[in-house]
Write a protein that binds this ligand. Structure first.
Ligand code: HEM
Length: 416
C-alpha cells in the first residue's frame, strides 16, 4: 500500500492509535518523569490539535508561521528521469506530510500491520504530539535543468528569480553541502518529530530521490513573532529583532510572496528560500572584547538595542553605527528598502578535529526574489566586520511553490 492509499484509512492520531497498550509502552520509554504528562495527553486529543499547524492553505506553513525550536533540513537529488514517478512520489509525500503535521502516522501506521512487510511508518514519533511540525518543500535550479538536460519537461517553467547564486567573496563552499533538486525544511518543537518526518519522506522516496545533504538545527535564531522574546544566536546576541513578522500582511505581500506579475504563474503565493551553512569561529569570537563584539553587530549584547538607543525595538539610527557594523550593512535603508524573512537555526555538529566547535548559523531566508533579496544584501555585507568571525560553507536556493489546497499535492502548480 502506498502512503497515499493508506492515508484514507488512517484517521487516528499518533497518540490515539497507541490506545491502552501503547500508553503502557510509553511508560517504559518515558522512564519516570514525563509519564503522567504523556499518559494524560494520550487520553486527551485537544492538546494534539493545539500543537498542530494547518498543512493546507494559500501559502506553505513553515515560512510566515511562528518559528519552532528545532530544524531538520534535507536536500534531495532526484535519481530517476521518469516524470510520472516523480509526480507520484510528490503525491505520496503530500499525503504523508499532511498526516505527520497533524500528528498522525504515515499510511497504515507503524504497528498493527502484517508481520511480513515493513510498516508504513517508522514509528519513532509514536506517542508524540504534532509539536507544531511544518514541512516546507522547495525546488532547486537543477530540477529544471541538470547537465544541459530537461529531465522532467519543466525547463521552460524555471522562474527568472530562481538564479544560481553567484560566488561571494570569502565563500568556502563544500559541494557536499550545496544544491539539491528538492528540499524539505522540517521544523518542530521536538527534534524527534522533525527527524521522523524527514526519515519517512526519504523512505517513501526510495528509488526516486536520495538525500544529498542535510542539516540539523537546535535553536531558532530569528522570530516571526516580535511580541515573543527574541532568541539569541551562537555569538550570544539577540537575533531576529527586525525581521518580517507573520502578521505583517502587506510586508509579506511586498517582500516575501511571489506574484503572478513576477512572471511565473505557478509560483504565485510561493517564495524563494536561500539556505547558507555559516560556520562561526566561536573560539575567536569568545576572545573578542564586549565593546568590539557590539561594534561588529551594531547592537548592545544585553538588551539588543541598536547602538545609541536604549530599547531593543527602538529605531536603528544608521549614522550611530560603525560603517562596517552588520546591522548597518544589512538594514533595508542600505539595500534599497528590501526586506527578507529570516528563519535560521543554530547548529553544533561536534568539533572539527582541531578542537574547535563545528558550530554556526544555518541561515534560512525567504524572499520574493533572491536577486533583490539575499544576493543584494550579501553583496553589501562584503565589508561586514563580522566576516572575520564567520565563513559560508554550504549553500542552496530553491523555489517554494504556494500552499497546497485540500485534495491537491506538492508540485501541482508546476507539473499539473
Ligand atoms: C553567522 C552569520 C550571521 C549572524 C551571527 C547574524 C546576526 C545578526 C544579528 C545579531 C542581527 C541583529 C538583530 C536583528 O535585527 O535581527 C542581525 C540582523 C540582520 N541580519 Fe544578520 N547575521 C548573520 C548573517 C546574515 C546574513 C548572511 C544576512 C543576509 C544576507 C543577514 C541579514 C540580516 C538582516 C536583514 C538583519 C536585520 C537588519 C535590520 O533591519 O536592522 N544576516 N543579524
Amino acid at each position: 500500500m502506498t502512503p497515499a492509499e493508506g492515508q484514507g484509512g488512517s484517521r487516528l492520531s499518533r497518540r490515539r492509535m497507541l490506545g491502552f497498550g501503547g500508553a503502557s509502552l510509553l511508560v517504559g520509554a518515558a522512564a519516570g518523569v514525563g509519564i503522567e504528562r504523556v499518559a494524560s495527553a494520550t487520553d486527551d486529543g485537544k492538546q494534539a490539535t493545539a500543537s498542530a499547524i494547518p498543512f493546507y492553505g494559500p501559502h506553505q506553513a513553515g515560512i510566515a508561521t511562528p518559528v519552532q525550536d528545532r530544524l531538520h533540513f534535507a536536500a534531495f537529488d532526484v535519481v530517476t528521469d521518469d516524470r510520472a514517478k516523480l509526480v507520484r512520489m510528490l503525491k505520496d509525500w503530500t499525503a504523508a506530510a499532511a498526516a505527520m503535521t497533524a500528528g498522525k502516522p504515515v499510511g497504515a501506521g507503524a504497528v498493527g500491520g502484517p508481520d511480513v512487510s515493513p510498516p508504513d511508518d517508522t514509528g519513532e514519533a509514536l506517542g508524540l504530539p504534532p509539536s507544531r511540525l511544518t514541512l516546507t518543500v522547495g525546488f532547486g535550479p537543477t530540477l529544471f535543468e541538470k547537465d544541459g538536460k530537461d529531465r522532467f519537461g519543466i525547463k521552460a517553467k524555471r522562474p527568472a528569480a530562481l538564479v544560481d547564486l553567484p560566488q561571494f567573496p570569502g565563500d568556502r563552499l563544500d559541494p557536499n553541502r550545496c544544491g539539491g533538486d528538492i528540499v524539505v525544511q522540517a521544523c518542530a518543537d521536538d527534534p524527534q518529530v522533525a527527524v521522523h518526518a524527514i526519515r519517512n519522506l526519504a523512505r517513501i522516496g526510495f528509488g526516486v530521490v536520495a538525500v544529498r545533504w542535510s542539516q540539523l538545527g537546535f535553536g531558532k535564531t530569528s522570530s516571526t513573532t516580535p511580541d515573543a522574546q527574541t532568541p539569541r544566536n551562537m555569538f550570544g546576541f539577540k537575533d531576529g529583532t527586525r525581521n518580517v513578522a507573520g502578521t505583517e500582511t502587506s510586508a509579506l505581500d511586498k517582500h516575501i510572496w511571489a506574484d503572478k506579475a513576477d512572471g511565473s504563474d505557478w509560483m504565485a503565493g510561493g517564495t524563494y528560500l536561500v539556505a547558507r551553512r555559516i560556520r562561526m569561529h566561536i573560539e575567536t569570537w569568545d576572545r573578542t572584547s564586549l565593546g568590539e563584539q557590539q561594534d561588529v553587530i551594531g547592537r548592545d549584547k544585553n538588551e539588543g538595542a541598536p547602538i545609541g538607543q536604549k530599547r531593543e525595538h527602538d529605531e536603528v539610527d544608521l549614522a550611530k553605527l560603525k560603517p562596517t557594523a552588520h546591522v548597518r550593512l544589512a538594514h533595508p535603508d542600505s539595500n534599497g528598502g528590501v526586506r527578507i524573512l529570516r528563519r535560521g537555526y543554530s547548529f553544533t555538529d561536534g568539533s572539527d578535529g582541531l578542537g574547535r566547535l563545528d558550530a554556526g548559523l544555518f541561515f534560512i531566508a525567504f524572499q520574493r526574489d533572491p536577486r533583490t533579496g539575499f544576493i543584494r544584501i550579501q553583496n553589501n555585507l562584503a565589508t561586514d566586520a563580522m566576516n572575520e568571525y564567520i565563513q559560508h560553507v554550504g549553500s542552496g536556493v530553491y523555489a517554494c511553490p504556494p500552499g497546497v489546497r485540500e485534495g491537491g499535492h506538492w508540485g501541482e502548480t508546476l507539473f499539473g
